[in-house]
Write a protein that binds this ligand. Structure first.
Ligand SMILES: *[C@@H]1O[C@H](CO)[C@@H](O)[C@H](O)[C@H]1NC(C)=O
Ligand SMILES: *[C@@H]1O[C@H](CO)[C@@H](O)[C@H](O)[C@H]1NC(C)=O
Ligand SMILES: *[C@@H]1O[C@H](CO)[C@@H](O)[C@H](O)[C@H]1NC(C)=O
Ligand SMILES: *[C@@H]1O[C@H](CO)[C@@H](O)[C@H](O)[C@H]1NC(C)=O
Length: 389
């Protein structure tokens, strides 16, 4: 810890280029324009260049010495507007599904300092159609003992919707459900289907009505990442944290008692999320691969006086030689929150079930007369109700 502290103090004291803010929206609907902002403090140095990257491929550079200073490079899904972009802002006038990715800005200063700072953030593009899920296979009428066998199809969306069947306002139990596989188009739009099968009994009718609802929910996961901790083979924990980049990413923080580890040692670290209104799911990564759950310790979330929730997950395992790759043992953690970004409900109301004395009358009568006596007392109406949330 001491070495890290000294290092930080050393950099705090120096005056050099700092990246203070990278503003990229977490997610936008397909088609929407996007502003991105890269805020930096030159600390008295002269700006040499600002470069923007998508998935590490450059698409815009601003060099005050160039004529004109702003230049763009064609890149799939990046529709940059040069007139509106400058040394701090870039404007994408429209987006498409291919616009999603990791956007980075890199700022460099002129001689003699030649400092470079870089940060990146992920932009997600989502696409949720207005249409409701479709229910197929519903019959005109059901009697006690009949089998209901209906299927709900979600419309293509990105991210894919999850489906839920609701019978008279209550979520259907899993023994009624048949899951169908998810299908994806080349654009990454996904669709799925969910079957509902059950035998109708009296309990399925409420006030002589049975309501079957299918709800499609589109949830977007947003993840933030901690800085990566690298434990070198010289068994000294060093941090990749760059004191030049002060961007507040809202990512989780890694903490631990030790900063010296060797082969055979038990590594013990904690990952703690920033406090937020909603709980966050934490995941640990060892050399870029999600850690085995047996090595992860889950602690109860801590709720502060503002009602904000802070989650903590520990990582505990014995270090082996195989953990060290050429760059050392790399550790990081991510915190994910899920937001419902779209919800569509389709409901069919099956009504008119009645106890009728004509049931006895019809028993034993001829087929044709039974048919005509049965039809009047099963009245059926089908309503399609649509709800947008
Ligand atoms: C860059 O563009 C943004 C957005 O239009 C504007 O607010 C900002 O003042 C511009 N910066 C410069 C240096 O022109
Ligand atoms: C329900 O309907 C589906 C599709 O029409 C069919 O494949 C399946 O076999 C049916 N299930 C039952 C239990 O009848
Ligand atoms: C969000 O995360 C949950 C839990 O890990 C996962 O089940 C779900 O598929 C994810 N959704 C998307 C759209 O990635
Ligand atoms: C991790 O956090 C838990 C809960 O706050 C605490 O009990 C534990 O001592 C911490 N472990 C380390 C290695 O910091």
């Amino acid at each position: 810890m001491l070495s890290i502290l000294l290092w930080l103090l050393f950099f705090e004291g120096s005056h050099s280029l700092k990246l203070v803010e990278l503003n990229v929206p977490e997610g936008v609907a397909r088609g929407a324009p996007v502003w991105m902002y890269c805020g930096y403090n030159l600390e008295g140095d002269e700006l040499y260049s600002v470069k923007w990257y998508k998935n590490n491929v450059e698409f815009y550079r601003f060099l005050p010495s160039d004529k004109p200073p702003g230049q763009k490079y064609d890149l799939l899904g990046v529709h940059i507007n040069l007139q509106k972009s400058n040394k701090t802002h870039v404007y994408l006038q429209k987006t498409e599904l291919q616009s999603g990715g990791s956007y980075g800005c890199e700022v460099s200063t002129e001689a003699p300092s030649y400092h470079t700072v870089k940060a990146e953030k992920v932009l997600k593009i989502y696409d949720i159609p207005e249409e409701k899920p479709v229910i197929e296979g519903a019959k005109q009428a059901y009697q006690i003992g009949d089998e209901v066998n209906v299927t709900c199809f979600s419309l293509s969306s990105k991210p894919i919707a999850s489906l839920q069947w609701i019978i008279n306002g209550k979520t259907a139990t899993s023994n009624y459900l048949t899951y169908y596989p998810e299908e994806y188009t080349v654009d990454g739009l996904g669709s799925t289907a969910l079957g509902l099968t059950f035998i109708v009994n009296y309990g399925h009718f409420q006030y002589d009505m049975m309501t079957l609802g299918c709800k499609a929910t589109v949830t977007q996961n947003y993840s933030t990442f901690s800085e990566e901790i690298v434990i070198g083979e010289n068994v000294e924990a060093e941090t990749l944290r760059s004191p030049d980049v002060l961007v507040h990413t809202g990512g989780p923080k890694i903490s631990g008692e030790n900063n010296r580890y060797g082969v055979g040692d038990i590594l013990e670290l904690n990952c703690t999320s920033v406090p937020l209104k909603k709980p966050q799911r934490l995941a640990w990564y060892i050399n870029g691969v999600q850690a085995d759950p047996v090595h992860v310790v889950h602690y109860l979330p801590y709720q502060n006086s503002n009602g904000d929730i802070q989650s903590t997950a520990g990582l505990r395992f014995q270090i082996r030689q195989t953990h060290f790759h050429t760059e050392g043992l790399r550790l990081s953690c991510s915190a994910t929150i899920s937001k419902v970004i779209g919800e569509r409900l389709t409901e069919i109301v099956i009504g008119g079930f009645q106890h009728s004395p004509s049931l006895q009358v019809s028993v034993g009568s001829e087929d044709s007369s039974r048919c005509s006596s049965v039809t009047p007392w099963i009245t059926m109406y089908l309503l399609i109700l649509m709800f947008f949330v």
